[in-house]
Design a protein around this ligand. Sequence first.
Ligand code: PGA
Length: 317
Amino acid sequence: MRTITVAVSCLAFAGEAAQEDTPWKTLAKLLAGQTPSDAFSVPGARMTSRTNRWNPLSMMARKPIVGGNWKCNPAKPGDLEGLVANINACDTSKCDVYVCPSNLHLGMVYEKFNDGILVAPQNCNFAGCGAYTGEMSVDQMKEMGIKACMIGHSERRMEFGLPTPYESNALLATKLKYILDAGLMCILAIGEPLPVREKGLEAVVDYCKGQLCDVLPTLKALEDKSRVVIAYEPVWSIGTGVTASPEQAQETQANIRSFIKDKCGADIAAKVRIQYGGSASPDNIEGLSKNPDIDGFLVGGASLKPTFVGMIEHLSK
Ligand code: PGA
């Protein structure tokens, strides 16, 4: 039932592309097991080695993207050199790479990465320079030549229990606009806590929609959609060693993309990259990365290990 629903919801878009077929003929072809190239004839459409299932919203090639979130690591500044070398060993020609050093260390390392590797602070304030003790402004980042910023991580949305106020979806929407207006890329992390996942897919998707609603008008107005990256990170899988199954991640991310399509249009939905995050490592990305709506990974613990480079190599195939 779920498969049919997704196929039908994509037909408006598929129908635009399949000039000679009605949507129903196209659906019949798909259900009859024809390959996408038989069913559609769309310039630029291609199946990549990572895309083993056809999804019209996935027909636009999106460059994979992997982020290394060092969180509040390493403890010793002396360990930074090895971590930077680890990231610099990544070939970014076929996979975008960004790294999120801790706030304290960012200023020490941001000029040490190879061209093509983006440095993305783990947070920013919402309003520029001034009397904001303990904060970082996008204006400062821009002046330093920093080209990306991550916001909305669950550990900043208070999922790890600090008695500080939540970062609300409205605040994050303000931050996202501020980042984009300054010309930087924004990685926006979203994802549901365990009690929501336990209620099932519909509750999960509703939760993620709630986290996205406020940012969609900004996304819609943005010229270069690749400057927004959504990192879907189920909170229950972050740092727990419990990765979402490829099916769970794909169906959630397909629904997120479908929501963007409903609100912003098929073209925008097809261009926005959606990463998966949560205990992702070289050992478990094979199944996840085959899915058409998983455009890369946001990686915490595994980004601190030399094997991290293997994740970029895998997505570059
Ligand atoms: P993890 O963290 O890979 O250690 O689960 C991911 C993240 O929090 O971004």
